[in-house]
Design a binder for this molecule. Structure first.
Ligand code: EPZ
Length: 416
């Protein structure tokens, strides 16, 4: 079992670079299953989730190579329509193979993604979309199967702007007959990146980044080269690392327009932020103050930065409120932060945070972002923090310990 050992108290200084976005890479890798010929994807992060998805594509018959953050996928020999359970259960995003295989093979089957630490994670909206396009949906013994001889474009209103449902419907609609309109669609930048990839490959998708997406179905797509957008959540995590350590860092490879809600809150706290085309400089020149934060779908404050920002809010002056509206159970990091001395009270989906000093402790990463938050807390804590179950963190941050070491953090990966 690997753990991170962090000795707190260093002010971080220097430059840290961000990889391509995990949550854009995963659906785009699945979308390569729909094209004729090879796709070349650049800036694919080397993460556990990506390697697992590569295995899934190979099990379906695709030829995949992945080296130096470049992935090549040739789906010519894909004839299998079932993603194997043993691989699917390792990452939830594997359900994007449903939207990608359905138009290609007329059929797709995948284990139902179960609940996880952060919430129930239903897929009713994905299935509502497939059904509206004329697919039959069967659920049996924990698997979901979708079948359609022909998918037909239609109007689909999403009851909630779900990222996953928007992506799965967008994938299927790309090769459906006629026009599909997704209303109340999610507006996350990762969806724009997916649509850019598909449009380069020959799709007709308009309106991504707004809540109405219009897709004119096409008969075929062709292989293209595409570079994945920078990971805004990784960038945000490092920005918070700079702030929590009282340091002065430059985070490179950041699209600042993707991080407006975080930047606004950091500025409100008193963090110095200077943005340019290459990235963002984050420094602390005064004592920081508490703020209130509510997570929302994009362009609201991202739930995927809630845990990390909460670690920072333990180190400011004055109280803060954090309200989590996206996931019903995304406060697993609170108990771990309390072990480190944090003063946090939970009431349903609201956390009241009062500032205290943190001291190093043995803590456990309960999910990906919770793990990141504990590393950040460790940077500010007095003494040594040991973070266990770091495989969660490795699902979403490439080489995090070396990157943080590069800006002066005292962090080591140890094997028990
Ligand atoms: C994506 O998950 C991300 N994952 C999550 O990031 C992120 O937290 C989430 O979007 C919200 O931004 C990937 O992109 C791989 P949703 P997704 O469908 O698509 C409810 C991380 O840390 N809902 O927008 O699963 C659902 O229960 C991960 O990198 C339904 O009710 O999120 C939740 O409350 C964790 N029915 C809300 O919508 C559905 O059919 C948001 O879910 C689908 C979702």
């Amino acid at each position: 079992m690997e753990r991170f050992l962090i000795t707190g108290g260093e002010k971080l200084k220097g430059e840290i670079a961000v990889n391509g976005a995990k949550n854009a890479a995963l659906p785009i890798i699945c979308a390569t299953l729909m094209v004729d010929g090879e796709s070349v994807l650049k800036d694919i992060p080397q993460l556990r989730d990506v390697y697992n998805l590569k295995d899934i594509l190979e099990s379906l018959g695709a030829k995949v190579t992945f080296k130096n953050n470049e992935m090549r996928v040739d789906p010519t020999k894909v004839t299998t329509f079932e993603a194997p359970y043993d691989l699917v259960r390792k990452l939830r995003a594997s359900y994007y193979v449903l939207g990608a295989l359905l138009p290609r093979l007329g059929q797709a089957r995948c284990a139902l993604p179960g609940g996880c630490q952060i919430g129930n994670r239903p897929i009713d909206l994905h299935l509502k979309g497939f059904r509206a396009m004329g697919a039959e949906v069967f659920m049996d013994h924990g698997t979901v199967e979708v079948k359609a001889k022909k998918l037909r474009g239609t109007k689909i209103y999403l009851d909630y702007p779900s990222v996953g449902a928007t992506i799965n419907i967008l994938l299927a609609a790309t090769m459906a007959e006629g026009q599909t309109v997704i209303e109340n669609a999610a507006r996350e930048p990762e969806i724009i990146d997916l649509a850019n990839y598909l449009n380069f490959a020959g799709a007709h998708i308009r309106g991504v980044g707004t809540d109405v997406i219009k897709i004119e179905g096409v008969e075929r797509l062709h292989g293209v080269e595409h570079r994945i957008i920078p990971d805004r959540i990784e960038a945000g995590t490092y920005m918070i690392a700079g702030a929590i350590s009282g340091g002065d860092i430059f985070v490179r490879n950041v699209l600042n327009e993707h991080l407006k809600s975080l930047t606004a809150k950091l500025k409100e706290m008193g963090v110095d932020i200077v943005e340019d085309l290459e990235g963002v400089r984050v420094s602390v020149k005064q004592s920081l103050k508490g703020v209130d934060i509510k997570t929302l779908p994009h362009p609201g404050f991202p739930t995927d930065l809630q845990a990390q920002v909460m670690a920072l809010l333990t180190q400011v002056t004055g109280p803060s409120l954090v309200i989590e509206t996206v996931w019903e159970n995304r406060f697993m990091h609170v108990d771990e932060l309390i072990r480190m001395g944090a003063d946090i009270k939970l009431d349903g989906r609201t956390a009241l945070i009062k500032p205290t000093g943190l001291t190093g402790a043995k803590v456990t990463a309960t999910d990906l972002r919770a793990g990141a938050a504990l590393i950040l807390a460790g940077l500010a804590a007095q003494g040594e923090t040991e973070v266990g179950d770091i495989y969660h963190v490795q699902r979403g941050y490439e080489n995090i310990e070396n990157k943080l070491k590069g800006i002066g953090a005292r962090i080591a990966r140890i094997t028990a």
